[in-house]
Design a protein around this ligand. Structure first.
Ligand code: FNR
Length: 384
């Protein structure tokens, strides 16, 4: 099978399930408890229906978007996800190249399986924008050092993840860790772990738990002031994992007291792909609540979502409801599997590109600016 044989993201996931090691599959696919939030992240898109218009010239479609001051060819980015080398030796570098060729942003995980500087060395040009995702460490000096390194390596934005101060209960991951700890050992995973950040070894708690060792559990809004101090002025701050209207409003109310500038440039509505709190709201619902109860926030910062995006129509629906960019987590990791590497990730982006263009044509909206709530019926979403 080749990447071209994959017609959609489900094919990619299916191919990954057949080719990844048990442990990698369990780590990537797992989510908390009964995995209902992970499933709901995706199925909630089915509740939104389109309101397509006719008699429009659909010959030319333009998917050009913006993110943090950068132009992107699609309203799509790769969300930060740990340990890409469990799927392919090129790991995060392969994702970097695919993103570069397609002109979209890659957020590089704090727990990537390659060093940040090595990943960005795979950029297709010196202008390719990268963001670094941070988990603030108990030992702040460690995070300070990490930030110095990524700034030096040219990072354009820091994405601070806030929805997983502790990992959720990911039983698929735990179960496989137990089986393999007893049987063949766990060399590949530990190798990937040590390459990233020198965290603890995988024990019976699974990969997720090993990665979270050392992560700060005492963060409050004022820690943003510390973060801003670590970064040059032109580096943007994105908060990831907001799940309520209240917290997005609070994000707009944080200012740098030295110059009065807002501290937060963008928010990524996310529940960590269902891997943190089971029962958390799907990001699409939070987005709709924002439109209903605090529409002014869209003027103050950029709003993105991730979680359960598997089709171009999912992307277009999120854009109609006010998101300006949409992230994919598992699809990018799983696309690496079975020897696909960069070509697999490129295929995922290409599939979504074609699906987004088709959806826009059939909807009668030819640029992203035109997408808006007039193109969707959200009555079922509003009833939740
Ligand atoms: C993640 N996610 C994540 N988020 C983050 O901020 N830092 C991280 O290191 C990771 N690691 C990670 C590993 C794996 C295997 C997965 C599946 C996810 C969450 C990720 O950024 C994103 O929010 C979700 O993956 C989005 O949901 P989908 O697209 O996977 O459904």
């Amino acid at each position: 099978e080749t990447p071209e044989d994959m017609l959609n993201i489900a094919d990619i996931e299916d191919h990954a399930s057949r080719t990844l090691s048990n442990k990698a599959w369990a780590y990537y696919a797992s989510a908390s408890d009964d995995m209902r939030t992970k499933i709901y992240n995706n199925t909630i898109f089915h509740l939104v229906l389109f309101r397509p218009r006719i008699f429009r010239d659909i010959t030319v479609v333009d998917t050009t978007a913006h993110m943090l001051g950068f132009k992107t060819s699609l309203p799509l980015f790769v969300s930060p996800a740990a340990l890409a080398r469990l799927a392919h030796p090129d790991g995060e570098k392969a994702i970097a190249r695919a993103c570069g060729k397609h002109g979209i942003v890659q957020m590089i995980s704090n727990n990537a399986s390659l060093r940040y500087a090595d990943i960005v060395s795979a950029a297709v040009s010196s202008k390719q924008p990268f963001a670094f995702q941070l988990y603030i460490q108990n030992e702040r000096a460690r995070s300070e050092k990490q930030l110095r390194e990524v700034v030096k390596a040219g990072c354009k934005a820091v994405v601070l993840t806030l929805d997983a101060p502790t990992p959720g209960k990911r039983e698929m991951d735990e179960r496989v860790a137990r089986q393999e700890t007893r049987a063949a050992g766990h060399v590949e995973v530990n190798e990937a772990l040590s390459a990233s950040s020198g965290r603890g070894k995988v024990t019976e708690g699974g990969v997720g738990r090993a990665l979270f060792q050392g992560t700060a559990g005492d963060l409050v809004w004022d820690d943003l002031i510390w973060l801003r101090k670590q970064l040059p002025d032109d580096i943007k701050i994105v908060l990831k994992g907001l799940q309520t209207v209240e917290d997005v409003i609070l994000a707009t109310q944080q200012f740098d007291k030295t110059n009065g500038k807002p501290l937060v440039d963008a928010v990524l509505l996310s529940n960590h792909g269902g891997r943190a709190l089971e029962g958390a709201p799907p990001p699409l619902l939070v987005l709709q609540e924002l439109r209903m109860y605090a529409p002014e926030v869209f003027q103050k910062l950029e709003v993105y979502i991730d979680g359960g995006i598997r089709r171009g129509t999912d992307v277009v629906k999120a854009l109609c409801l006010g998101a300006t960019q949409v992230g994919i987590g598992r699809p990018a990791l799983m696309a690496l599997a079975g020897g696909f590497g960069e070509a697999g990730v490129s295929r995922v982006i290409q599939i979504l590109r074609e699906e987004i263009e088709t959806a826009m044509r059939l909807l009668g909206a030819l640029t992203l600016d035109q997408l808006g709530p007039q193109y969707v019926n959200t009555r079922q979403l509003d009833a939740i």
